[in-house]
Ligand binder design. Sequence first.
Ligand SMILES: Cc1cc2nc3c(=O)[nH]c(=O)nc-3n(C[C@H](O)[C@H](O)[C@H](O)COP(=O)(O)OP(=O)(O)OC[C@H]3O[C@@H](n4cnc5c(N)ncnc54)[C@H](O)[C@@H]3O)c2cc1C
Length: 461
Amino acid sequence: MEDRMKYDVIIIGAGPGGIFSAYELIKNDPKCRIAVFEMGHPLGKRICPIVAGKTKSCIHCKSCSIMSGFGGAGAFSDGKYNITNDFGGTLYEYVGKQEALDLMKYVDQINLQYGGEGTRLYSTAGTAIKRTCIQNDLHLLDASVRHLGTDINYIVLQNLYNELSSKVDFFFDTPVKSIQAKKDGSGYLAICEDQEYDCRRMIVSVGRSGSKWMERVCREMGIPTESNRVDIGVRVELPATVFSHLTDELYESKILYKTQKYGDKVRTFCMNPRGVVVTENTNGIITVNGHSYESAEKQTDNTNFALLVAKHFSEPFKDSNGYGESIARLSNMLGGGVIIQRFGDLIRGQRSTEQRIRESFVTPTLNATPGDLSLVLPKRILDGIIEMIYALDKVAPGTANDDTLLYGVEVKFYNMEVEVDRTLQTKYPGLYIIGDGSGITHSLSHASASGVYVARNILNA
Ligand SMILES: Cc1cc2nc3c(=O)[nH]c(=O)nc-3n(C[C@H](O)[C@H](O)[C@H](O)COP(=O)(O)OP(=O)(O)OC[C@H]3O[C@@H](n4cnc5c(N)ncnc54)[C@H](O)[C@@H]3O)c2cc1C
């Protein structure tokens, strides 16, 4: 019994970071005894009651099936693997630019091997859109994007689970309460509800849903952290044809704009051609996000993307995520969840109503509460979003139409950055923090790459 609970490596979190570290470890060292602890369900049991049509609004499940479980926050995502150092995280600062790209390419190859074969790789290299953007004061960031799509992404995860399940011990519905460094320095304990598990090395990959937990663990263990950024904005939904010249060629275009009024940076984020708008639950707060599907029958007539304004805080304020949460809470308070407003209504200073939404030429893909986003978003942020919508209208005419739908709020929370060395190891030898939970990555490809990287470091240690 005692033996069964001892592992060479314990991984906390079965998101892309955790999955890819387990994959790389077991592939290169089949004898390695690995346990993965995941507070959410196995993939097949991850069913959100809203998606299943059992309820219209979030009922705050004990573990959110959208954010938690095998596959992590990425399981029902659009599966856009961006191979770039320009966005998605700062892994390159730890591992070097070329190594970061090589790791992301390696992850891409594994995804292809496990079900992603035949999916398209888009690239900004040599596109004329870049020039059109610059001519209109907009900046297109460089990237290659593997678009798996929600459906293929799910199949890849299923296949990876099938590959790993006989070689790795998975503990689902098992949140790790805390971590302890063993007094004799021989490793770490993962402390769960009724049992403790012992390991020599530990990889913590708890993602965004584990951000509060991570903060507490770092506080308890005296691991330094830093936090000063949050991105706040709206999700834009419009007829797919308005953006089709960009999405057909690039799939996802990351476009940056600096506002004339305040010099703030606004950017497009998570573009979903012919996709749907969805809600997201982060620590009980309902925000908005988007999905799209590779298979034609699930596609819609709309494209959605986020417009986010980056908010950096300086001393003495430290709780940037708390600030973002307060704004999201305001929209939850006024709208019972996500608020929807027509761009025309916003500009005219009037709330949207059920009737105005019904009569709109754009049919919303998410059932949200018609309301007034100007009562929720700070003026500076709203001004930035409106400025960018007019700027985008020059490269994609129709963006600033009255019937363009805005959903709010979308918040991109950044986990605080945990202090780790170049091997992603904390000041505790053998305790690694990776993926979005480390604050270093914010994307599928970077989180997965950090998993591979840390596994290789452990194998070479
Ligand atoms: C709707 C949506 C769409 C997205 N689309 C994209 C996209 O197209 N492209 C892209 O690059 N990124 C996308 N993202 C972001 C992407 O999913 C994340 O960057 C990525 O999943 C991070 O991987 P991770 O392994 O670090 O963390 P996560 O995927 O968040 O996984 C962490 C796991 O740890 C578990 N956990 C947390 N705390 C504990 C604990 N104490 N004990 C046990 N388990 C714990 C959680 O349940 C979770 O399953 C999207 C996110 C969402 C929510």
